[in-house]
Design a protein around this ligand. Sequence first.
Ligand SMILES: NC(=O)c1ccc[n+]([C@@H]2O[C@H](COP(=O)([O-])OP(=O)(O)OC[C@H]3O[C@@H](n4cnc5c(N)ncnc54)[C@H](O)[C@@H]3O)[C@@H](O)[C@H]2O)c1
Length: 350
Amino acid sequence: MPHIPPSDKALVPFVSVENMMKLVHHIGIEPMLRGLAEYIEQDFRRWDLFDKTPRIASHSAEGVIELMPTSDGEVYGFKYVNGHPKNTSAGLQTVTAFGLLANVGNGYPVLLSEMTVLTALRTAATSAMVAKYLAPKGADTMAMIGNGAQSEFQSLAMKAICGVKSVRLWDIDPAATRKAAHNLKGLGLDVHLCSSAEDAMEGAQIITTCTADKQYATILTDNMVGAGVHINAIGGDCPGKTELAPGVLHRAEIFVEYPEQTRIEGEIQQLAPDHPVTQIWEVINGSKPGRSSAGQITLFDSVGFAIEDFSALRYIRDHIGSTDLYLELDLLADPDDPRDLFGMLNRAAP
Ligand SMILES: NC(=O)c1ccc[n+]([C@@H]2O[C@H](COP(=O)([O-])OP(=O)(O)OC[C@H]3O[C@@H](n4cnc5c(N)ncnc54)[C@H](O)[C@@H]3O)[C@@H](O)[C@H]2O)c1
């Protein structure tokens, strides 16, 4: 049989990890973080339009695998993501991901992308976009507790979007802190290696907790947190996996992405199901206040929501067009007669 190449109907642009890394360099990491934050903010402004559901989680003793779908009525997106805190000891990452956008009109995928790097970028962009609304005025110092895969992205997004000048690193594993300090060298931040979480929080107006542990952990106890700070809590994102003592939560004004998901996965799983929280999209569109006094403790109880991934994929789709940083993947069967899928097998007959 002559080789019959797939038609255009079969091909879906695919952004590999290699091309995602090249795209980060092509755009520049700080402009890319700012661009992603703008896309996420735009989509949070049109929150009502989206299909929303808590992500669909499959839990095991070792971790979780999740699907995160959403749609704005024209484009559908989903992300596959895992969270396996013990993976790093086997040389694997805690979090890996890939995702897809599709045309709602005909269901055909229009983009497939790696999302491990993209998740780190979008999580950091979301954190900084939210901190822009909630952090105290003039905040320029951040404590970065947990110096793993997400930490440099978090630090740079806070610099690029909120004007943070100094990061104070702490991790129970000194090798992680040395790695983060090394990676952040020369990128325009003052980097301090700290000896404890308390030391890292010294003088910090923004406190980011980004640790990975499958069980309830207490990274911040009540007595560690003073007035007037913003807490960006990233690592508590699964049932039974939290980072903050309940006392901290009771003193804070709590902001969330999508309450239906955060009440299952976030720090607030430790609180009563009707504990008041503010949705961040309402602060962005001006219908609810963000920080209301200098002394207030604000908490972004981040778990990561599907719309952020949708926005990130939308950003990638808009930015690869003018580059060659994607492959055309033969992903969709394209029989000559749409009903003759069986006959199409003959194209590959030996
Ligand atoms: N909210 C979101 O949208 C979102 C997105 C991505 C990842 N996450 C979560 O963020 C967390 C970090 O992800 P990662 O990819 O950087 O993981 P990682 O495994 O690469 O890094 C986690 C780091 O936390 C450190 N750590 C563990 N316990 C600690 C403690 N008690 N004090 C200080 N440091 C401690 C570890 O030594 C490690 O260096 C994970 O829990 C992940 O599930 C959340």
